[in-house]
Design a protein around this ligand. Structure first.
Ligand code: AMP
Length: 224
């Protein structure tokens, strides 16, 4: 079976992270979230983290070279042998071009899933989102709801609003999406990569994941 590169595409709050976690299990491939990788670097206070912290806090994209390098190294890790899910990458046409160069060297099947969610739903979702300051788990108001309100299921820490989920930062993140990221979809389509629109509001995450799994298995030439 060919190695798989599953690109989860969609605006902040469209459910990429939730889907990636479900699909990682069902497809048995790695989950690569550039947002998580960058947050880890910021938390560790290393050189990369110090360079990107203020951009992330402002809701702006970090430089292409920084994320490209992280992804280039990450996809060489052993857990990516069967394939990987890209969550939050590529986010600019330049990143998409670098990814295409990386992948052309490898036998790999690339599929893009575009999670389509209405703008108003996005705003409502992000403003209700809470994160555990200890383990980083994300919770929502309608999906991934904590068992005890305001408390992390895994370690009991008090949940907080993620720094870049504050309203003014969310507006900037959505602006960055519209201006820099949305054009990436047209680039994928022009490159002939299979792209599927999947409606991702008002449907349970598990149902959406099943639909994506079916599409991916078909693209991979497997029975659904
Ligand atoms: P996310 O958790 O995917 O919404 O990412 C959080 C933040 O990390 C974004 O607002 C950006 O500042 C940064 N980031 C994550 N992925 C990328 C990327 N592919 N390119 C540029 N910046 C990114």
């Amino acid at each position: 079976m060919p190695r798989l590169c599953l690109i989860l595409f969609g605006s902040p709050g469209s459910g990429k992270g939730t889907q990636a976690k479900l699909l990682k299990q069902s497809l048995g491939i790695a989950h690569i979230s550039t947002g998580d990788m960058l947050r880890e670097r910021v938390a560790s206070g290393d050189e990369v983290g110090r360079a990107v912290a203020s951009l992330m806090q402002a809701g702006e994209l970090v430089p292409d070279e920084t994320v490209n390098r992280l992804v280039e190294e990450r996809i060489e890790q052993p857990d990516c042998e069967n394939g990987f899910i890209l969550d939050g990458y590529p986010r600019t046409v330049n990143q998409a071009k670098l990814l295409a160069e990386l992948l052309v060297l490898r036998p790999i099947r690339t599929v893009v899933i575009h999670l389509v969610v209405d703008y108003n739903v996005i705003i409502a979702r992000i403003s209700g989102r809470r994160q555990c300051p200890t383990c980083g788990s994300l919770y929502g108001m309608t999906s991934s709801v904590p068992r005890v309100p305001g408390v992390c299921d895994k370690d009991g820490a008090t949940l907080m609003v993620r720094d870049d989920d504050r309203e003014e930062v969310v507006r900037e993140r959505l602006r960055a999406y519209e201006q820099q990221t949305a054009p990436v979809l047209a680039y994928f389509k022009k490159s002939g990569i299979p792209c599927w629109d999947v409606p991702a509001a008002d449907v349970a995450p598990q149902v959406i994941a099943k639909e994506i799994e079916g599409l991916v298995r078909k693209e991979r030439g497997e029975a659904a």
